[in-house]
Design a protein around this ligand. Sequence first.
Ligand code: SF4
Ligand code: SF4
Length: 431
Amino acid sequence: MTAANAVQTFIDTVDAAAASYMEACVHCGQCARACHFYETNNDPRLTPIYKIEPLIKTYKRHKAPFASLRRALGLVPAEITEDELNEWSELVYDTCTMCGRCTLVCPMGIDVAALVRKTREGFVAAGIVPEGLTGAAQRALDIGSPLGIKPETLRKIVDEQSQEVGIPIELDKVGADYLVVLSAMELLNFYEVIGALARIFKQAGVSWTISTEAYEATNIGIQMGDKEVARTLVGRIVDAAEKLKVKYVISPECGHAYTALKWEGPNLVGRPYDFKVVHILEFLDQLQREGKIRTKGKDTRRVTYHDPCQIVRRGGVVKQPRAILDTVSDGFVEMSHAGVANICCGGGGGVSSNPRAEDYRLRAFASKKKQIDDLGDIEALVTSCANCRNVIEEAIDEYGMELPVIGLVELLADYLEPESDAGEKAKLAEA
Ligand code: SF4
Ligand code: SF4
């Protein structure tokens, strides 16, 4: 029965695009070298296209052209079994971050990450999902946060940050222009970003708020392949944004949250939004270009930038972080493969929420470490995804490296022109 549920979901989920991807594979194996899990394990099972074998076999058996005729002639793969699903669970959940890098090198343009998502949907139907992910999904549904951050905790954090920077932050403000949603990891580990946003938005004159009903953009449903969970979580943000009558929702420094909210959200909820979604880096870049952000001084350390996969490859946010970095850093250098071809941190796509995948995740970091080491003496690494930041910090520790990891929003806030300077300039202008 378990395997039958997966088979039926595989059949239902294969649309024209997925079918043409599976038909197009010429088994050249080029995708393997693009995958940091394959590269750091040298295991042929970790070849990207092989990770979706249960989906391919089911497609060939039930849905490919002439499948019924070929089935009658015994020319199709055998039906997928529960044992096979259990065996593949590691390949589908522990060794793929759905980073999409393999697609860049595939001569046939096959979107393996999208096929992994569809494969995960079958695993959800079969109930074969790593515990770390099911637990996170339950917390997200019950509490509103996969990491268990309750609204009372949010209130405390916001209050603390408001006092820290001396700027009032109004929660649930009806009629604000912008609704800020945060990533779960920001609220757990990097909540200083709230104070940083308050300082930047004050200088830029932005009217903004945070909802106590939908404060996290992290979408565990997208990661585990559970459309119902994904729909519920996106729906909460849509409801909150529409209730507060905001014009924009700002997606945070988080990779997959942007994909979930901006690209997949309207399809999940089944209608266009009454508001626009903008990534925080796009918004800061826009404010900077409009002259609404004024900075003073620059960071002189030799720093590099880690592009989060979903933001750079799926989101197209490539130039904006570099424009911001140019404003606040004198020592910025690009790592190899920077931009759309960047190598994943190893913990996206739910891998970091899955304790079973820890060894694979830490081994995969060797590819990122090589990018860093190739630069020589780097004094800090900047990124714009709290999950990447956490995964990289943990791996840096594990590998015995010394390298501070900094969020780009916080770095920008560190170099904002002090209010006293702005006051002086205004007085001079009046005189
Ligand atoms: S999407 Fe990324 S992690 Fe997954 S198979 Fe492709 S390269 Fe590997
Ligand atoms: S690179 Fe593309 S065509 Fe080649 S094996 Fe991988 S998915 Fe198939």
